[in-house]
Design a protein around this ligand. Structure first.
Ligand code: FES
Length: 146
């Protein structure tokens, strides 16, 4: 069996929504503590709170590119609340799976979406439950060191 599914290879070779949104309503940048790669996600949100456009940039591996590409497709047209509910498992399933040692790459996409939504909330003074934006294990450990 091939290591990567056809969908992963397709999204890696032809990433959807790669680039930058100059007029983004929310931008999330996250780093992957496991490999040091980074991801930036841009979202455009309309007055109803629906994500109308989304783009990403990454210094990440092929799996990070494929999962981010799929994540943008999954959240465009959804409300920011629904985007928050997007899990890395859902992205991996939509790609017909990833090798176990590449699952951490899919976390980058999920966290970047969450960070972009949080930035959108912060910019617009929208109240939110901090529990929706838990610190990563690494951030928690860093906070403990302060
Ligand atoms: Fe870093 Fe995949 S190895 S995101």
């Amino acid at each position: 069996m091939a290591l990567y599914s056809e969908k992963v290879m397709d999204h890696f070779r032809n990433p959807r929504n790669m680039g930058k949104l100059d007029d983004a309503d929310g931008i999330g940048e996250v780093g992957n503590a496991k490999c040091g790669d980074i991801m930036r996600m841009y979202i455009k949100v309309d007055d109803e709170g629906v994500i109308t456009d989304c783009k990403f940039n990454t210094f990440g591996c092929g799996s990070a590119i494929a999962t981010s590409s799929m994540a943008t497709e999954l959240i465009i047209g959804k409300s920011v609340k629904d985007a928050l509910a997007l899990s890395n498992q859902a992205v991996v399933e939509a790609l017909d799976g990833l090798p176990v040692h590449k699952i951490h790459c899919s976390v980058l996409a999920e966290q970047a979406v969450r960070a972009a939504v949080k930035d959108y909330y912060d910019r617009n003074g929208i109240a939110y439950d901090p529990a929706d934006f838990p610190l990563s294990k690494e951030e928690e450990e860093a906070a403990c060191d302060l």
